[in-house]
Design a protein around this ligand. Structure first.
Ligand code: GRF
Length: 188
């Protein structure tokens, strides 16, 4: 059995899709959900699905390597970032080399980097009158949104689409592809 930890601090819609996709999977299990926000809805979703959770403290995350002990306790093999905004520290990148993936709501290398998250991304795409946007699933390194790309999917943008419409279209792609890409990486 391969055990996944999902790091999520937003609404957790991607985490929810991943959990649903892998429920009762023969060889992959979502074994832990980690958040840095006590009020994140994703923690409730975890409770509903009987998945253990861990609340991260910033000091601990950056100034100690305690998290590695937690991940070892749950025998975590693979990490999926699904709406987790803190930069991943070097000790974690090194311990999980090519085993941490992130989903970004744009076609990297465009619209990535620090501060490029959520509506900031879609507003920038809109302001630049882009004709398409999409998703990038990539490995995580020490820099925001710079790890090797694994998969991209795009959607066309109509001139009248505002940032919230772009966000909805991109989220459809996220939900469609992130769970299956994670599964295929783990079955390799
Ligand atoms: C998604 O847009 C994802 O691309 C980004 O954070 C957002 C998380 O959304 N990394 P949700 O919490 O899964 O709904």
């Amino acid at each position: 059995m391969k055990n996944i930890a999902i790091f999520a601090s937003g609404t957790g819609s991607n985490a929810t899709k991943i959990v649903a996709h892998l429920k009762n999977h023969a060889s992959i299990k979502v074994a832990l959900i980690i958040s840095n926000k006590a009020t994140a809805p994703v923690l409730q979703m975890a409770a509903t699905n009987n998945i253990p959770t861990l609340l991260l403290q910033k000091q601990d995350f950056y100034n100690t390597e305690n998290l590695l002990t937690n991940l070892a306790e749950y025998k975590i093999d693979f990490i999926a970032l699904a709406g987790f905004l803190w930069l991943i520290p070097p000790y974690l990148v090194q311990a999980f080399e090519n085993k941490i993936v992130n989903i970004h709501p744009a076609l990297l290398p465009k619209y990535g980097g620090k501060g490029m998250y959520g509506m900031n991304v879609h507003k920038a795409v809109h302001a630049n009158k882009e004709k398409e946007s999409g998703i990038t699933i990539h490995f995580v390194n020490e820099h925001y949104d710079e790890g090797n790309s694994i998969f991209q999917a795009s959607c066309p943008i109509d001139p009248q689409d505002d940032p919230s419409i772009i966000q909805k279209q991109v989220l459809v792609l996220e939900h469609q592809y992130f769970p299956t890409i994670i599964e295929s990486l783990l079955l390799m």
